[in-house]
Write a protein that binds this ligand. Structure first.
Ligand SMILES: Nc1ncnc2c1ncn2[C@@H]1O[C@H](COP(=O)(O)OP(=O)(O)OP(=O)(O)O)[C@@H](O)[C@H]1O
Ligand SMILES: [Mg+2]
Length: 237
């Protein structure tokens, strides 16, 4: 892997001049329009904006799941441009935690196994994986539910497992897309508190896409996405 190391002061996630278009009939749709973003370690940048404005596209590019038309993504000191597909997916597996809106847990696995499987993908030994998984389940308040399968858990508990799973490989960058949309207000606030605590404790560079303005109090920076343009939030808390 080609590694460009940028030392301590560098943010853990940096996007420079990102433009992303999708084919749209005879023309193209600009989902991201010259987007710049710097997220330092241990901080949360919240992104708000209307439906269809490009928020999930931003996370997909930051996660190296989608390659932009132009611009650069630097993840934990590594420039993504020019990496092979295999190096990109390794970087993603090792350095990026992704929390999608709906927890996508495997129905037949227990809570503990949902986390252990991540380490298995990473080629780590079973013992270290088991203690890491148990520690993370404890950190999200679910030590007692370690043996339960998804259908035996509440929506909030499933989402907490989703978050714990994203942290299994100790990512430098945590990308979270509307994590509370399936939850009531109280459980949503608890999930947000959890994300904020884990961001500070583990020093992740966290991007949080949310529709819920009550979440913005937890953010170090609040940005608004409008038609693919990312800017300062005029009505930030
Ligand atoms: N794979 C795709 N192919 C074509 N167009 C796409 C694709 N994914 C997203 N788009 C378009 O790109 C634009 C941005 O979509 P995106 O999913 O990033 O919005 P969003 O801000 O996350 O919206 P929401 O709040 O509804 O989740 C939209 O116009 C959408 O229709
Ligand atoms: Mg979206």
């Amino acid at each position: 892997m080609t590694t460009t190391t940028t030392q301590s002061v560098a943010p853990n996630l940096r996007l420079d001049g990102i433009t992303l278009t999708y084919p749209d009939g005879d023309g193209t749709l600009t989902a991201l329009d010259r987007v710049d973003l710097d997220v330092p370690a241990g901080t949360i940048t919240a992104v708000v904006g209307p439906s269809g404005s490009g928020k999930s596209s931003l996370l997909a590019v930051a996660a190296t799941l989608v390659t932009p038309d132009s611009g650069s993504v630097v993840l934990a000191g590594t420039e993504v441009n020019g990496l092979s597909a295999a190096d990109r997916s390794r970087l993603r597996r090792e350095r990026v935690g992704i929390v999608f809106q709906q927890p996508s847990l495997l129905p037949s696995l227990t809570a503990l196994e949902q986390l252990q499987v991540m380490a298995h993908l990473d080629g780590r030994g079973p013992r270290g994986a088991r203690s890491q998984a148990a520690e993370l389940l404890d950190a999200v308040g679910l030590a007692a539910q370690a043996g339960r399968r998804p259908h035996q858990l509440s929506g909030g508990q499933r989402q907490r497992i989703n978050i714990a799973r994203a942290l299994m490989n100790e990512p430098a960058v945590l990308l979270v897309d509307e994590p509370t949309s399936a939850l009531d207000h109280e459980r949503g606030a608890a999930v947000l508190d959890l994300i904020a605590r884990l961001t500070r404790e583990r020093g992740t560079a966290t991007v949080l896409v949310t529709h819920d303005r009550t979440h913005l109090a937890e953010a170090d920076e609040v940005l608004t996405m409008t038609d693919g343009r990312l800017g300062a939030c005029a009505s930030a808390v």
